[in-house]
Design a protein around this ligand. Structure first.
Ligand SMILES: Cc1cc2nc3c(=O)[nH]c(=O)nc-3n(C[C@H](O)[C@H](O)[C@H](O)COP(=O)(O)OP(=O)(O)OC[C@H]3O[C@@H](n4cnc5c(N)ncnc54)[C@H](O)[C@@H]3O)c2cc1C
Length: 234
């Protein structure tokens, strides 16, 4: 698990605290809110799957998708025909990122909970059209998933780039909420004969599975080994 410091952003400059807005102020259990911008970066940089929420034809729609962060921008990508991405362009979006760290088993049903780190980002989506920014965004998304993968693979062709949309979401308005620790039971329930505690959870990688069509003699590259180690530490 990556915990926060209050010292640095991705580019090494001091990170300003998250300023709560009317919609990002955590009202329910506010003691779980974190206000350091580095808390936000730590949650975002520790995984690569988010949920993009948009309003499409007057109804909410939430899309699970990959992302990467560069500085104060989240980049998401999809097919150029992706309707959620199109709906997000110029419209209000909400992006959430969630890490499940444990199942919290209390003595009462009511006090069961989860240990987690999560972030919610509100903003306006911007379809990236500048070719240089698009390519860089795709590199950022790829590298956020598997560092070292971009340089190890064939670059996207013109046709592939044309078939891909890239959405930018600013990190101007965001909140972070984190729960850690054991269950919080009612005082009288601690005497109950019921097991209580936390079952830790984590995303796990299995051994890499070779593509059956892989050319003989190509071994698992170092960045794939490193990815497994990185996932284990997330
Ligand atoms: C893995 C996981 C499982 C959860 N399971 C449950 C559950 O079963 N039932 C339940 O009631 N709650 C659950 N929560 C907590 C839930 O996400 C909300 O924080 C909580 O329900 C309060 O919602 P609210 O709308 O009243 O929050 P409010 O405090 O009114 O929200 C105000 C603002 O606080 C911020 N905020 C709220 N929640 C979060 C968050 N999780 N992460 C980042 N920012 C946040 C947002 O900016 C939001 O607009 C879970 C959270 C996680 C990560």
């Amino acid at each position: 698990m990556i915990m926060s410091t209050e010292t640095s952003s991705q580019d090494g400059t001091p990170a300003a605290p998250l300023s709560a807005t009317a919609r990002t102020r955590v009202r329910r259990l506010p003691e779980r809110a974190r206000t350091g911008r580095d808390d936000l970066y730590a949650v975002l940089d520790a995984t690569f799957i988010c949920h993009l929420g948009v309003v499409h034809d007057g109804a909410p729609r939430v899309l699970p998708t990959a992302y990467g962060r560069q500085g104060e921008t989240l980049y998401l990508h999809g097919s150029s025909a992706n309707r959620t991405m199109l709906a997000a362009d110029g419209g209000p979006v909400c992006v959430t990122v969630t890490h499940l760290d444990g199942l919290v088993c209390a003595r009462s049903v009511f006090h069961h909970s989860m240990n987690y780190r999560s972030a919610m980002v509100y903003g306006t989506g911007r379809m990236v059209t500048d070719p240089g920014e698009r390519l860089e965004a795709l590199r950022v998304i790829t590298e956020n998933m598997i560092p070292g993968r971009w340089d190890a693979t064939r670059a996207p062709s013109r046709k592939e780039l044309a078939a891909t949309s890239v959405l930018a979401v600013p990190l101007a308005e965001a909140s972070v909420k984190i729960r850690t620790g054991p269950p919080g039971d009612e005082p009288e329930d601690y005497a109950l004969d019921v097991w209580a505690g936390v079952v830790p959870t984590a995303l796990e990688c299995g051994p890499p599975e070779r593509d059956p069509l892989l050319t003989d003699g190509i071994e698992v590259p170092e960045h794939i080994h490193q990815f497994k180690l990185r996932m284990a530490g997330r």
